[in-house]
Design a protein around this ligand. Structure first.
Ligand SMILES: Nc1ncnc2c1ncn2[C@@H]1O[C@H](COP(=O)(O)OP(=O)(O)O)[C@@H](O)[C@H]1O
Ligand SMILES: [Mg+2]
Ligand SMILES: [Zn+2]
Length: 284
């Protein structure tokens, strides 16, 4: 028994002929239909037209949700078209890193640390992972670690615009968190604790994490404790060799557009109400 049946029984309206509308309407698209008395706001609207409207709205809403997850991920402009699909596995290292990236997207691992030389595609892969995860329905956030640490530290001074709480909430909210450029020659105790704390949060709350850094070994950038956690949740891979940066200029695969497309802000469809066509619209 659904709610409407329940209400009908309570008020004794069900089956009483005086309350039943006899009028039948004709939808130009779907033919004759009974007045719909289930939902007050939908009465007299053709049920098939309502179903058609839902079928138009649902993918539009999903497209907007996906697009806004992508916007909220804060990918740097220059990397917005980088995908796992346009990363060339041109060395054994690169092949392994790409395979591990796909494992993170498919949730077989929850952590991936990419360390090693500059220009080997660590940032590229981190963006590719976010794009793929967002397509699969997850939320993501790309974070430049030196900037984060600077902003985080700034919250301790009086009159700071954002609070520490705001920064941390934003980070916790993401299902896939990228900490880019964790490489640093020397880290203060506070910095190591801050990074460990972020990794611990992932560990406890079930999120995934991608770490990149121009580092000889992971612990140098994120501390022993953080590195242990990453090992527990996933893998650390070294990307070594020549920088791809000069080759990137001529790589046609990198000249494609960002494929997250902004859906239309307004959609319209026609419904039949009491035998008369009427346009319904939704704005984003
Ligand atoms: N294997 C690869 N296939 C395609 N492009 C790559 C590859 N490796 C690196 N690139 C491109 O080379 C440039 C440098 O890579 P980047 O991700 O910035 O390196 P890193 O973060 O390791 O320093 C970027 O434009 C990136 O998209
Ligand atoms: Mg980088
Ligand atoms: Zn209809």
């Amino acid at each position: 028994m659904n709610d409407d049946d329940h209400i009908e029984r309570m008020f004794g309206t069900s089956g009483s002929p005086s309350n039943q509308r006899a009028t039948k309407y004709t939808c130009a698209r779907h033919g004759e239909y009974e007045p719909n008395q289930r939902n007050w706001h939908d009465r007299d609207v053709c049920p098939q037209c309502i179903a058609d409207g839902e079928a138009i709205k649902a993918p539009w809403k999903a497209a907007w949700a996906e697009y806004s997850r992508w916007q909220h991920a804060q990918i740097p402009e220059h990397f917005r078209n980088r995908r796992l699909g346009n990363y060339r596995p041109h060395t054994e290292n690169a092949r392994q890193a790409l395979a591990a990236s796909r494992e993170l997207v498919s949730k077989r691992i929850r952590a991936l640390a990419l360390i090693g030389d500059v220009g080997t595609g660590k940032t590229h892969l981190s963006v590719g992972i976010l794009a793929a995860a967002i397509r699969e329905g997850s939320s993501g956030l790309w974070v430049h670690v030196p900037t984060l640490l600077r902003e985080w530290r700034a919250t301790f001074s009086k009159g700071s615009e954002q609070s520490e709480e705001q920064i941390l909430q934003r980070l916790q909210h993401a299902q896939v968190l990228v900490l880019d450029e964790c490489g640093a020659t020397s880290r203060t105790e506070w910095e190591l604790n801050a990074i460990s704390m972020l990794i611990d949060e992932r560990y406890r709350n079930g999120g995934a994490i991608v770490i990149t850094g121009n580092l000889p070994h992971l612990a140098a950038g994120i501390g022993e404790r953080g590195a242990d956690r990453i090992d527990e949740m996933g893998v650390t891979l070294a990307l070594t060799g020549a920088s791809y940066r000069t080759r990137a200029v001529d790589d046609p695969g990198l000249k494609v557009d960002d494929d997250f497309i902004k859906p239309p802000t307004r959609i319209r469809w026609t419904v039949c109400e009491a035998g008369i066509d009427r346009v319904e619209a939704r704005e984003w």
